[in-house]
Design a protein around this ligand. Sequence first.
Ligand code: ADP
Ligand code: MG
Length: 303
Amino acid sequence: MSISVKNISKLYGKQKALDNISLEVKTGEIVGLLGPNGAGKSTMMKIITCFIPPTSGDVFVNDFDIYEQAIEVRKCIGYLPENNPLYLEMYVREYLSFIAGIHKLGKKTSSQIDKMIEMCGLELEYKKKIGALSKGYRQRVGLAQALIHDPDVLILDEPTSGLDPNQLLEIRSLIKNIGKEKTIMLSTHIMQEVEAICDRAIIINNGKIVADDFTKNLSKIHSGKEIISVEFDADISENKLREIDEISSLKKVNKNTWIIETKSGKDIRSDIFEFAVKNNIKVLSMNKETKSIEEIFQQLTGK
Ligand code: ADP
Ligand code: MG
């Protein structure tokens, strides 16, 4: 397990920013920490990277304990903090060399810097001052500094915030590429971002986990309900339709078409079909409505 978070809580004074959170990230996974502003994403990341201690709970990164082995934890993590703090007066190469010095890369410094410049697409920019770069290129510099010591785990706090649509796509694809070789946890408040980059999403709200699932499964979360729209070839009464088990609500949208919501999330399409056969009615169309990932996010976080 690359990251193992066990029952973490964090209090800022009386305010609970994280409330008994547990999660695990497997080696090689790209996990999105998703939540509205103030959910606790940055706090979680600062704890994992040993920047601040939790109030209670345990965290292990590559089996190293954040309390007892903080230096080892930091060695195996690359961290891009929120708002990507950089020294704007430094030249790109100078800055990367400074970061390499912090990591004591020694003889490897020059070759690692060259590798980062290539990997992060900085070939045309590395002679410039960081302050002269566009936001997208500053973000690349931020990724380069996070990767320079070749860490196993990358923690990226809102890596695409404030980028224009083109830069956004470029940085997303760069992160996806890097993710082929690293374990990544990134935070965002944008659902589509998680869909575009991550294998798994952990949705947090008010310091608590409200969903943790593979991105492809997220659209199945409907607070336990399944929604089916069905068109029959005849006008059926609501009472008759209620003969089908598990229906929680029914809405007639036009003469022969109904929106059916089920109680337990059970897929009752075959029951509807059998009901039609039994009553000598034809089913002209039947669709399972999937909620957009955006709707699910709003439903889970109440924003
Ligand atoms: P996110 O990154 O999801 O936007 P944060 O982890 O930054 O959320 O913040 C979670 C909550 O903790 C917020 O309500 C925020 O105001 C509060 N908070 C964060 N950092 C501090 C701090 N250093 N002191 C006091 N409160 C803080
Ligand atoms: Mg944040």
